[in-house]
Design a protein around this ligand. Sequence first.
Ligand code: G6P
Length: 588
Amino acid sequence: MCGIIACIADDRAAPILLEGLKRVEYRGYDSAGVATIGRDGILVKKDVGKIAQIEARQKLSLLDGRIGVAHTRWATHGGVTKRNAHPHTSCNELVAIAHNGIIKNYLKLKKELELKGHKFKSETDSEVIAHLLEEEYKRLRNPTRATASAARKLEGQYAFVALFQGRGDLLTGARNDAPLLVGLSERKRFLASDVLAFIEHTDRVIFMDNLEVVTVTDKDVRISDLSGKEVRKEVTQIAWELADVSKLDYAHYTLKEIEEQPSTLHRALIQEEEKLASFVEVLKSSDSVFLTGAGSSFHAALVLKHRLNIEARIRADAVVAGEFASQSHFMNRNSTVVAISQSGETADVLEAVKVARSKGARVLSIVNAVGSSLVSAGDHALHLNCGPEVGVAATKSFTAQLAIIGLVLDSLTGKETSLNGESLARRVKETLAVRERARALAKRYRHRPDFYFIGRSVHYPIALEGALKLKELSYIHAEGMPASELKHGTLALIEEGTPVVVLNPGDETYDDTLSNAHELKARGAEVIGITDRANKLYTHTISVPHVAESVMPILEVIPLQFLAYYTALERKNNPDYPRNLAKSVTVK
Ligand code: G6P
């Protein structure tokens, strides 16, 4: 969703900000803009559309000044219009701001500010921050104190960055429940919502916490709480290589991210023993365990639930993050919540963690983004280490989550590990050979209106994941379900030629799932078997290597990722940026 990048540069800021905007494009947006402080004051250019189109029309990169802020907006309050795009300025252009989040009390603040004579130009909640800052700055004559004072009046979720007319030497910002971080290079300073926005300039980062205010100059970075008390912060070195965020020679990030899974899985399995042990200890000592996540991460939570129940005999409930509050009555100090998230910033997941905390429960997280809000909100975190995932649809992060779940299970059950990094990487590499087969199926079924995915036991969440991938990337209606549920409704929808993907490896679910495949075939379905045990029944077979049952979900999802990717291409969709979707859903 929305992205912010601001910088104090040693030369013109606008080209750097434009590059930063391109790097946060993947989060999803519908308009964008840049504000700088030029010789004659604050300059703003913004518009709706993609960054390349806006640049072609407005020439954002030509704005003058060595300090500026830029924003990609994903509309919430107010339509997709140029006026509603950020940055927003106060009435006399004394202040310009970019904001992520939602200001809950903006109508009240707006009324108060209008009574003081402020004229609003947009329909957004964000614009109140610009006017409020102007009022506070006029009163306090100090940008830092003005920012803290404004932040004290805001209710809701925010990360914002402000520029002040005549103060071409500093940026201020504040955060509450939305990410904001400081990037430090030798000659430049950054404030951004996402480390990717400035990773080509520096890997030295300060992560801000909630209700903190930052003031950045080219000499200094000061962080304080909202009362003005200085807070000492650590500088973290981010290990991600810049290569990880480039597309290399791939046509799309999504394809690159699918194909790099042998190495990302290998990395996911490298976890500090102590951290893993503490994570597992908490699980073992809990009276009740709750699992949560959204989208693909929720499907990983379902895999974890299945494996905890069956293999570790730990009863765990998995509840989708947006519905998690319903569980609060069952939580107490002896409960544990495992929150799974690639970004660590999904609003529903963070809210679920708040609910858990309010009941005294312990919080474990499985997360990719280092320094994300979820990591700070929890007690112990295991990191996916799969590098930045740019494609909106989760691919490598999902399999990394499954790999970490495998490590946790091995450690809980004390079994000889089924997950050796090198052999897993080899198996995954072999599985990537299904690419051409999946591409041919994408071509064959590209015009079908519906697709179904079925699987039993631990393969059921993978059926859900296959359907989600196809919906996200191809815009074809798809449903995933337990194979056992077919007969209770969905079979009525099967017609001559309906494609059904059947996840059917040769484990103890094989015979029952095969019976379901027979039922489908008898009603005209074209059955696509994903399996390590071929059968003549299948209209098409995608063979995956034979591996332990617990590892199979990691392999069998790969053909489904390719199928979704190539169907998107067949239908002329951009698989990296599917319509209406955002990579990181930071609003409820
Ligand atoms: C969005 C993304 C999905 C992702 C979900 C959860 O919907 O488009 O790909 O699975 O958010 O994101 P998280 O970062 O919490 O894993």
